[in-house]
Design a protein around this ligand. Structure first.
Ligand SMILES: [Zn+2]
Length: 312
């Protein structure tokens, strides 16, 4: 049996999976992401963990076909990273470095959201489709585009960066990327909480269950909306509207069969897909057959599946 590793590097932990080359996940585990010193320890930590697993399972060096890796930032087709804010990395080629640390094992790296889209395409909510766009609604908003089975990463590694599509040019708050009015500012977990806060502040006379919850979360906002809370419903409506707007623009660019919605916020379920679908319908009169909206099914494992797929 041949093996490969799928690795998903996040800001707090590195998720790791051992797969066989049929694509079966044999084992998964996590190690902490040590971001101090510009994240210098991250790749050596990953290499050590991979070596430990190879030794523990007594896998022969010849039976390792490669390591795939998802990275939270833009990655060029050659695997170059110019900056990765979440890890503290500046210019480097993490795939080449990890390969050297592992004695020449082939390593391929890609953007984490693109890699997660590949996972959902291969083993999750978009199986059987040829063209799919994944939106990951978490702390930020990630995106991945697969067109006719091919990952679209663009000339500069920014292909599929759907979180930074501008949906509101009149926004006065700045996005993490330096721009104003990005999708991420409304459709991420932090975004929906902030939008709800804005509405609460603008309507001090209106009752809302959110007022009694200290440090309410995105889940609290969705739960309140499902219970009919008018302020929470308004925040969810804004999120759905901007997601409908962004996905409609995306459909006019790449016209996928399905949009897969993943990340922690996607646990809100049908209120989200129905809400986005309503605005998507409104903004795509040109499309006679509309793209479907589906929920991701691999959850937090989409990244390791997609990373493994990079080398299988
Ligand atoms: Zn942005």
């Amino acid at each position: 049996m041949k093996y490969c590793f799928g690795i998903d590097i996040g800001g707090t932990s590195v998720k790791m999976g051992l797969f066989d080359t049929e694509g079966n996940l044999l084992e998964k585990w996590e190690i902490p992401t040590r971001k101090e010193n510009d994240g210098e320890a991250i790749l050596p930590d990953i290499a050590a963990s991979v070596k430990d697993k190879i030794a523990e399972r007594k896998i022969a060096a010849d039976d390792i076909c490669g390591v795939g890796m998802g990275i939270p930032g833009p990655v060029t087709p050659d695997g170059d990273v110019s900056i990765c804010v979440n890890l503290g990395w500046k210019e480097r080629n993490p795939g080449r470095e990890l390969s050297e640390l592992l004695g020449g094992v082939p390593v391929r790296a890609g953007n984490d959201a693109t890699v997660a889209a590949l996972g959902e395409f291969w083993r999750g909510g978009a199986q059987g489709c040829k063209s799919v766009v994944l939106l990951t609604l978490g702390t930020g908003v990630g995106g991945g585009v697969i067109l006719n089975g091919k990952v679209i990463d663009g000339a500069h590694g920014a292909g599929g960066e759907l979180g930074h599509i501008v949906v509101n040019p009149d926004e006065t708050l700045r996005c993490n990327c330096g721009n104003y009015g990005c999708l991420e500012q409304y459709a991420s977990a932090t975004g929906v909480v902030r939008v709800a806060g804005r509405i609460l502040a603008s309507k001090p006379e209106q009752a809302s269950t959110l007022r009694s919850i200290e440090n309410y979360s995105a889940k609290d906002v969705f739960d309140a909306a499902k219970a009919g809370d008018a302020i929470a419903l308004e925040a969810v409506e804004i999120l759905c509207k901007y997601l409908g707007f962004a996905t409609a623009n995306c459909a006019m660019t790449v016209d996928p069969e399905v949009f897969v919605i993943g990340g922690g916020v996607s646990r809100a379920g049908a209120i989200l897909t129905d809400g986005i679908g309503k605005y998507f319908e409104k903004y795509t009169p040109l499309l006679k057959t509309k793209a479907q909206f589906a929920l991701a099914t691999l959850g937090n494992d989409a990244g390791i599946y997609g990373a493994a797929r990079l080398v299988i």
